[in-house]
Structures are given as C-alpha cells and as structure tokens.
Design a protein around this ligand. Structure first.
Ligand code: ADP
Length: 403
C-alpha cells in the first residue's frame, strides 16, 4: 500500500510518500509560502536529484495538486498514476479529549477537529485545509488523522488538571494536553525494541528537544505526564518560547508595558527562550558556538536550557519512582553532544553513567550512549513522526477495508 503523509501548516505543506510494503520513503518534499507570491515546491524523489519549482500557489488545494503532479511527473515522479496512492495520513496538532488515538476522517471527525479550533487556533485550521485539499484532489481515497496530543490522553487527572477553579475545565476544557505525542510514542517504543525488553515493564523518560521541546514520563508504554501544557508554551525553555514561568508575570508585564493579549502571546512564544537570553539566536548550534567563544549571554542561555531540562528529568524520575531508560530525540536531542553531556554529568544521583566516546559518535541510527554499568540506559533515537502517521494510516485503512 502506498500512503501519502501530509503535514499542513498555515502557509506550508510537508509531504512524504511511503511504500508500506517495506516502509520506504519514495519521495518527500515541502511547499512553502502558500498564499504568497513566489511559492516554492521542493521535491526530493528517492535516489534522484532534488527539484525546486517556484510558482503562485494561493491555496492548499493547489499545493496538493502540484505535489500530485510532481509525484507522477515523467522525470521527477515516483509513481505512474495518483491511483496508486491508497490512503492519506494527516498530522493534526490538537485532538482535545475526543481523540485518544488516530481516526478515519468522516463528517463527525471533521466536526470535532473544527470544534477544537478554539484550543489550537494557529494549527488545527491549517490541518483542516490540508484534509479538505486532499479530499478535493483524491475524493475516493480514505484519509486518516493522527494527533500530536493523542498519546498523552492516558495521563491521569492529577497530571493533566491545573490547580485553578474546576469550572474552567468544565466549561472550556482548560487542562494539560501535551504535544509531540507521536514522537514520544515512537521513541519510547523504539527504545523498548532496541533494548529487547517489554515496554510494559519499563519506566522511560523521553526528551524531544527540537525548536519546540518537551519531556514525557512513559510508564508501561503510556504517557503519565508531559511538560507541555494546554498549549506548547509550558515546560522547558525552548528556541523562542519561555517555557514555565510565574503566571503572575503575565498580567504584571501587560500592565507595565501596556501590552495586548496578542502582544504578550507573541512575546512568550516568539521572543523568549534561547533567543531572549542569548540575544543572538534561537538555534542551539549558534548558542554552542557562542559558548565556545566565551560569550557570556550564550553561555547563560545554554546553562538555563540545560538546567531546566535536567530538573524535568529529575521530577519525572520522582513521578514514576524511578527511571530505567532516558531517550534523547529531535534536532537538539539527536545532535547536541554537549547538551547531552552536561545534562547526564549531573544525573549521577540517578545512577546515570555516560560513555563520553559513545556520546560523541554521530549516526542516524538508534544507539546507546550510557556505559555498560549505568543503572539507567541512555539512548539517542532519531524520531520519525511521519512513519508513525504512515503506520497508523495503514492499520486503520486496512482494518476498515476488512469490515
Ligand atoms: P522542529 O521542532 O522545528 O521540528 P528540529 O527537531 O528539526 O525542530 O530541531 C531543530 C533544532 O535542532 C535547531 O534549531 C537546532 O538548534 C538544533 N540542531 C540541529 N543540529 C544541531 C547540532 N548539530 N547541534 C546542536 N543543535 C542542533
């Protein structure tokens, strides 16, 4: 079965075409600047040259049409006809409490995703545009939605409720939902497979550290707590997001600086984190370079980032009364040798013992970086959210076909 995986943003659309017979990626690419002049389609067919095409793409419907014609293109294509695509899997950021797992797209699912616009105003409308665009271009092909929040729906009330008046949960569903669930699920399962141990017996802490970053406590294969909250702002310090802060700072600063709701939102989401403290960049590579040159602000930004991550790991070890496995993934987690080293050097109280040589190895494969006598297994596992979407889509569509 060939499956097209789509990740639609408000002005972008990422895609990957999978052959599920061997889970290989036939092609992947990205449409940027949708709705602006000079939209760019970048297409990478497996084993062939990458191509870019600039044109005017005003809507997601056109973007998918362009992608489909690229996938079937005489020279750059990888399939003979779009009929070969048997299902489409969509990444959707927010599934609220309604979606505890991936689901087939039908009228009820679409209505529910629309109801959730309120909780994810920047993301869910874009996902819906992707779904509509795929339906328009491939009307008879089944579509599946895979949610960033679904994996965290196993959290108990004590983890997901905030200590604020209960009426806010009852009326507006104000609670912790978490994010990056597809990634935390993938790497926790991959960790159990790598260690050849049943996931039911493991206490795993997964650190998804990219531009956005979150930590999850996975006990017996289920998310029991996660650092992102009702929105992806809570928790760790991130590239441009503040992470945890005293909530009283918000009204205080709004009052002093006469900021509007959208201005304060923008300050905390786009102008905080590594960028704010370093004063130069949200990118961990540049922060590390600055630190190597002895720049004080870059060093402070790194130290705050590392310290806050380490505190979360410690608190999740306490939440689960122990930890067997610690996993690093995503851009920073997979690539920053120094961040992993600094975090792990100060987790010796948990029985963590780093192997510095293994930590310095770079490879795109799952690997162990802890010493043989470390009480906690520490792994680096490249995440693959698209593969999870393709697998879920495959399973759901296969099951539906059998009914
Ligand atoms: P996103 O959250 O956008 O999916 P990624 O998981 O791709 O992000 O992570 C992007 C981040 O990974 C970059 O901002 C950069 O800071 C970090 N990164 C990538 N390569 C390295 C590296 N070699 N060393 C340190 N950080 C890196």
């Amino acid at each position: 079965m060939k499956i097209l995986v789509i990740n639609a943003g408000s002005s972008s659309l990422k895609y990957q075409l999978y052959n599920m017979n061997d889970e290989s990626v036939l092609a992947k690419g990205l449409v940027e600047r949708i709705g602006m002049d000079s939209s760019i389609l970048t297409h990478k067919p497996a084993g062939k040259q990458e191509v870019s095409e600039v044109s005017e793409i005003l809507e997601h419907i056109t973007a998918i049409r362009k992608v489909l014609s690229m996938l079937t293109h005489e020279e750059h294509g990888v399939i003979a006809s779009i009929e070969e695509i048997q299902a489409v899997g969509h990444r959707v950021v927010h599934g609220g409490e309604a979606f505890k797992a991936s689901a087939l797209v039908d009228d009820a699912a679409k209505a529910e995703i629309r109801r959730l616009f309120d909780l994810a105003p920047l993301h869910n409308p874009a996902s819906m545009m992707g779904i509509k665009a795929a339906e328009t271009n491939m009307p008879n092909v089944p579509q599946v939605v895979v949610f960033d929040t679904a994996f965290h729906q196993t959290m108990p009330e004590k983890s997901y409720l905030y200590a604020i008046p209960r009426v806010l949960y009852n009326k507006y569903k104000v609670r912790r939902y978490g994010a990056h669930g597809t990634s935390h699920e993938y790497v926790s399962q991959a960790a159990a497979t790598f260690l050849d141990k049943p996931i039911e017996e493991l206490k795993i802490i997964t650190c998804h550290i990219g531009n956005g970053a979150s930590v999850t406590a996975v006990q017996g294969g289920q998310s029991v707590d996660t650092s992102m909250g009702m929105t992806p702002l809570e928790g760790l310090m991130m590239g441009t997001r503040s992470g945890d802060l005293d909530p009283a700072i918000v009204p205080y600063v709004m009052n002093k600086e006469e900021l509007s709701v959208s201005e304060v939102n923008s300050m905390l989401n786009k102008h905080s984190g590594l960028l704010a403290i370093s004063g130069v960049s949200s990118d961990m590579r540049e922060i590390t370079e600055g630190m190597d040159k002895g720049e004080a602000n870059a060093t402070l930004a790194f130290e705050m980032y590392e310290y806050r991550l380490r505190k979360y790991i410690g608190s999740y070890a306490a939440a689960m009364n122990g930890v067997d496995v610690l996993v690093f993934t995503a851009g920073v987690g997979e690539n920053s040798v120094v961040l992993r080293q600094k975090v792990l050097e100060q987790l010796t109280f948990l029985g963590v013992k780093l192997d510095a040589e293994l930590n310095a190895i770079r490879s795109g494969e799952p690997r162990r970086i802890s010493a043989p006598d470390s009480r906690v297994e520490v792994l680096v596992i490249p995440t693959n959210e698209e593969l999870v979407i393709a697998r879920d889509t495959h399973n759901i569509v296969t099951a539906a076909n059998q009914q």
